[in-house]
Design a protein around this ligand. Structure first.
Ligand code: BES
Ligand code: ZN
Ligand code: ZN
Length: 502
């Protein structure tokens, strides 16, 4: 899709259809809609007066413009409901753009103009959000369909920035939006791949591709090097699989003098390319979804892919412990004791609690690489979707300031994070009779005890953990995105890094 930008003059935009936001209960006899109505000889007003659209979020109405009667190049206008005017922030611009391109693609429209209305004081920023939202909106998970595949394509997107926008700023922001949108889709594409097509080896190859294309340092530890590092915890998960585990490291170093707090940020993502549960095997129902158990790792790769291009002024390391969790004659058994890189011994009570086992060594290795601040992300517990559903990502950690910054960075991009407590009392639940700790903490507070386990390895650094098990997959399509992998946390992390680099 070709992306262009213009400022203000939407009537001249050479596109088939224009998309315009409509606020809740907005009338056509004042402000922006009045001018649009004048340019369309009263058609906009007739639709709004008839209450065909009332501005509710996700609502759309399409109107055909009679070619000879109006002073506009476009042949149609899509009105897109965006809810309350007060709540219309940058995150909503992204959703509006996604809903607009999805609705227009469904009408087989090939060229689209997105007419931006504020939010005020963020004219250029809105351009990035519109491009990002459009790219994310057009993603479909139907890669392996040969029939009924979404073949329609929007060929050209013209973003019409608000009057008063700066031309260079608009161009820069459009590029930024493109990079972010494509990186979110990169993450979604990885998460969507079936286990057979996204093994630890293939994940490492995808990381190599990013490193080569966008210029990042890369290192991939194979089984031999993991043994040298004493990563008995990560290795225990891979034992049952024919697929060798990989520990993927991507490193971004800014040119010139780094800004920020002088620390070293590391992102650590769970990369279980398929989770059968191992010997503690999962029930068959919905097991196919466990292909997305590498979403945390995919998030790390997507973020690294983006920052290699956006070039923030702080250094970032990405760490992805990748393995496949399978039952076999060689697999780790419940009751086995393994020794993690940190030296801690772990009794593996349940081989299905494997995410924390690979993260334990991933976190230790991030520390060895010099990390002073660690954010890990993982589809770690089914319990988090019981607690928070698919609306909020669970966040826990040891550094309240870091947690607050993540929650704020998320809110700015429309991603919600909800903190769960991590009092030391919960750690009692993971005490083992025969080893230092065990990998499950019983039925109570499953998301918290999983985090309490990770905390054992994140001592000495500022640390936050994101449990994305409930939010990394959308069971239903939304007006602004397809169902399937969501790429959650990529945008939050890019915003977090952007804020930290100021
Ligand atoms: N990958 C799962 C968690 C999961 C469940 C992610 C549903 C996405 C959707 C994880 O490895 C797991 O199996 N966790 C167990 C932990 C339990 C054995 C303590 C769980 O949540 O049931
Ligand atoms: Zn599991
Ligand atoms: Zn898992």
């Amino acid at each position: 899709m070709e992306i262009q930008t213009v400022i203000g003059r939407y009537a001249d935009a050479d596109v088939h259809a224009l998309a315009v936001a409509v606020f809740k209960d907005e009338k056509a006899d004042e402000g922006f809609l009045k001018s649009l109505d004048a340019a369309t000889s009263g058609i906009v007003r007739s639709i709004i007066d008839a209450e065909e659209i009332k501005g509710k979020e996700g609502e759309t109405a399409y109107l055909h413009l009679p070619a000879d009667k109006v002073g506009m190049k476009a042949k149609g206008i899509l009105l897109v409901g965006v809810g309350e005017r007060d709540g219309y922030k940058l995150a909503q611009v992204s959703q509006m753009a996604g809903a607009a391109v999805r609705a227009l693609r469904a009408r087989n429209v090939k060229t689209v103009g997105l007419v931006l209305r504020g939010p005020e004081a963020a004219v250029e920023g809105a351009v990035a959000k519109a491009v990002e939202g459009a790219i994310i909106g057009l993603f479909e998970p139907d890669k392996y369909r040969t029939v009924d595949k979404e073949e329609r394509q929007i060929e050209r997107l013209v973003v019409v920035a608000d009057e008063g926008a700066d031309e260079n700023g608009v161009k820069r922001e459009a590029e930024r939006g493109r990079i972010i949108g494509e990186s979110v889709n990169f993450t979604r594409d990885l998460a969507n791949e079936p286990g057979a097509f996204m093994t630890p080896t293939i994940m490492a190859e995808r990381a190599q591709d990013i490193a080569r294309e966008f210029g990042l340092e890369i290192d991939v530890l194979d089984r031999g090097r993991m043994e040298q590092e004493g990563m008995g915890s990560l290795l225990s998960v891979a034992r049952g699989s024919e697929e060798p585990p990989m520990l993927i490291i991507l490193k971004y170093t800014p040119e010139g003098k780094a800004k920020g707090n002088g620390g070293q940020l590391a992102l650590v993502g769970k990369g279980i390319t398929f989770d059968t549960g191992g010997i503690s095997i999962k029930p068959g129902e919905n097991m196919e979804l466990m292909k997305y158990d590498m979403s945390g790792g995919a998030t790390v790769l997507g973020v690294m892919r983006a920052i290699a291009q956006l070039k923030p002024s702080i250094p970032v390391i990405g760490v992805v412990p990748a393995a496949e969790n399978m039952p076999s004659g060689k697999a780790t058994k419940p009751g086995d004791v393994v020794r993690a890189m940190s030296g801690k011994t772990i009794e593996v009570i349940n081989t299905d609690a494997e995410g924390r086992l690979v993260l334990a060594d991933g976190i230790s290795y991030a520390k060895k690489l010099g990390a002073t601040q660690i954010i890990d992300m993982a589809t770690l517990t089914g319990a988090v979707s019981i607690a928070l559903g698919d609306v909020n990502t669970g966040i826990l950690g040891t550094d309240q300031q870091l947690i607050n910054e993540i929650i704020e960075a998320g809110a700015e991009v429309g991603e919600k994070f909800w903190q769960l407590p991590l009092d030391k009392e919960y750690s009692k639940q993971i005490k083992s009779d025969i080893a230092d700790i065990k990998n499950v903490g019983g039925r109570k507070a499953g998301t918290i005890t999983a985090a309490a386990f990770l905390k054992e390895f994140a001592d000495g650094v500022s640390w936050a953990h994101l449990d994305i098990a409930g939010t990394a997959w959308g069971d239903e399509a939304r007006p602004f995105r397809a169902k399937g992998p969501t790429g959650v946390a990529v945008r939050m992390l890019l915003n977090f890094i952007d804020r930290a680099a100021r």
